[in-house]
Write a protein that binds this ligand. Sequence first.
Ligand SMILES: NC(=O)c1ccc[n+]([C@@H]2O[C@H](COP(=O)([O-])OP(=O)(O)OC[C@H]3O[C@@H](n4cnc5c(N)ncnc54)[C@H](O)[C@@H]3O)[C@@H](O)[C@H]2O)c1
Length: 271
Amino acid sequence: MSSLFNIKGKVIAVTGATGALAGGTAKYLLSEGATVIFLSRNLEKVNATVESARTISEQAYGYACDVLDEARIREVKDDIIAQFGRIDALVNGAGGNMPGATISPDKTVFDLAISDYDSVMDLNLKGTLLPSLVFGEEMVKQKAGSIVNFSSMSSEQVITRVLGYSNAKAAVDNLTRWMATDFAQKFGDKIRVNAVAPGFFIGDQNRKLLTNEDGSYTERGQQVISNTPMGRFGEANEIYGAIHYLLCEASRFVTGTTLNVDGGFSVYSGV
Ligand SMILES: NC(=O)c1ccc[n+]([C@@H]2O[C@H](COP(=O)([O-])OP(=O)(O)OC[C@H]3O[C@@H](n4cnc5c(N)ncnc54)[C@H](O)[C@@H]3O)[C@@H](O)[C@H]2O)c1
């Protein structure tokens, strides 16, 4: 493999690593020779995921770590540094939506449950910021590191219903650009912050919204497909290459960008 894309031996932490896209990414990075630290809220799920990941490589490690618990993130970071001596990259995969922060067709924006809205903002925005600060501090000491955040199609275009999630992911885009600029100006050109914006991938969070029991598309699923030039949903493994690129030397002059992986959804007007 070209050294530009070589991630062998890199120590990479992935939050939300028991999830569909983030967990798949963590296993992919492992298969490319990285040492991968699986972080997620639930210890049993983390242990089960790491156990299955070890069939790919022995270099899989896991910790229960809530991305909103700064003290726990610091504890985990200290342990990783004690064990491996450094942290080369962080993938901020923890994120998602919450029903109360969503406006269903029979409701209006005035029905928004503010406490759920706060939770969604916290998980997606603060849950990206806090690990970036804790692990970023180490990257500053090392004078090198790469952070990859997860944005969404809803951060730039209005996607009906998902108000809280859209607001939070728009803020993640802004955070990506802000931290990228600040890190490069203050700590040098080897600490980078970027994001991927997945288009529509079927996962547990949105399966019922997009597909029927028999596998056919719901009305909303069909709307998405009609607005996706490639005419299909993404497969989880189609996000891995974009993240790999943003983590490795091949992208060493790339920072502050959000890379769309969406079958063309974001560029199509629908006409
Ligand atoms: N799946 C998609 O189509 C899609 C599209 C656009 C963006 N995204 C974003 O991509 C990222 C990864 O998505 P995914 O499909 O892997 O999601 P997922 O729902 O499958 O997994 C999210 C993971 O985050 C964990 N998590 C939730 N709260 C946490 C917390 N407080 N601390 C630590 N872990 C926590 C969950 O346990 C779960 O394992 C998310 O930010 C999501 O919003 C997904």
